[in-house]
Ligand binder design. Structure first.
Ligand code: Z5A
Ligand code: MG
Length: 214
């Protein structure tokens, strides 16, 4: 950086977080279309990425087809992010913005909700790329459960989601943007557009990449 100017333009790492059914997937595809329309190079990503070998193990666990020790599955979720880290950096540095549906915060909140120590849960995430923007789509577990009911995946139970909500509150910091996920879809979308546009523009001007929890 010289004279207050950053040196290299890049894409933004935008993460959507929140409880099951808060609207992450719906909003991430809307946001990607919006940013594309504004002329940004942008891709939609999600974790877990079930397309890799590690992702297949996670998917099998989530659908109750296999059993794994709590720490083992935690490390697999983390490994699933690590295996995408280099590509993530390449994309960002080449100017592509990534809208990511769940990231390390899900990893920590869900495992801590099982009773694992939160610092232990954060440790394997250390060194992953830090998001430029975390938007938390805020909904109570009760309201989320009303949205079409839960399916058959492992964590889709009200009592468990209450614990996850508690751990998201513990994890969040002042940089997170909290959006009321109970607003109509279009209103949530409008808030996301503004936040994302500002973030993508800042990164285009060359905001440096940083790393998680250092
Ligand atoms: N997990 C983990 O343990 N560790 C990790 O490291 C990671 C994840 C990364 C799979 O996640 C599980 O993995 C997840 C956390 C754990 N378990 N749980 N719970 P996933 O991402 O594959 O699945 P999900 O996100 O939990 O569920 P989801 O159904 O995809 O939720 P969503 O994407 O947030 O919501 P949506 O599909 O956009 O919307 C849900 C419904 O609500 C749908 O009918 C919409 O039309 C409706 N909706 C959305 N927004 C609104 C508004 N504003 N008003 C009214 N209705 C709305
Ligand atoms: Mg989803």
């Amino acid at each position: 950086m010289a004279n207050g100017q950053y040196d290299s333009s890049r894409g933004a790492l935008i993460v959507l977080e929140g409880l099951d059914r808060c609207g992450k997937t719906s909003q991430s595809s809307r946001l990607v279309s919006f940013l594309k329309g504004k002329g940004f190079s942008v891709e939609s990503w999600r974790f877990p990425d079930r397309s890799t070998c590690v992702g297949e193990m996670i998917s099998s666990y989530l659908s109750n087809k296999s059993q794994l020790d709590d720490r083992t599955i935690h490390l697999l979720f983390s490994a699933n992010r690590w295996e995408k880290r280099a590509l993530m950096e390449t994309k960002l540095r080449s100017g592509t913005t990534l809208v990511v549906d769940r990231y390390s915060y899900s990893g920590v909140a869900f495992s801590a909700a099982k009773g694992l120590d939160i610092e232990w849960c954060k440790a394997p995430e250390t060194g992953l790329l830090a998001p430029d923007l975390v938007v938390y789509l805020d909904i109570t577990p009760e309201k989320a459960a009303e949205r079409g009911g839960y399916g058959n995946e492992r964590y889709e139970q009200l009592e468990f989601q209450r614990k996850v909500a508690h751990h998201y509150r513990v994890l969040h910091d002042e940089t997170w943007k909290i959006v009321d996920a109970c607003l109509p879809m279009e209103d949530v979308e409008k808030q996301l557009r503004e936040l994302a546009l500002e973030c993508a523009t800042t990164c285009q001007k060359g905001k440096p990449l940083s790393h998680l929890w250092l």
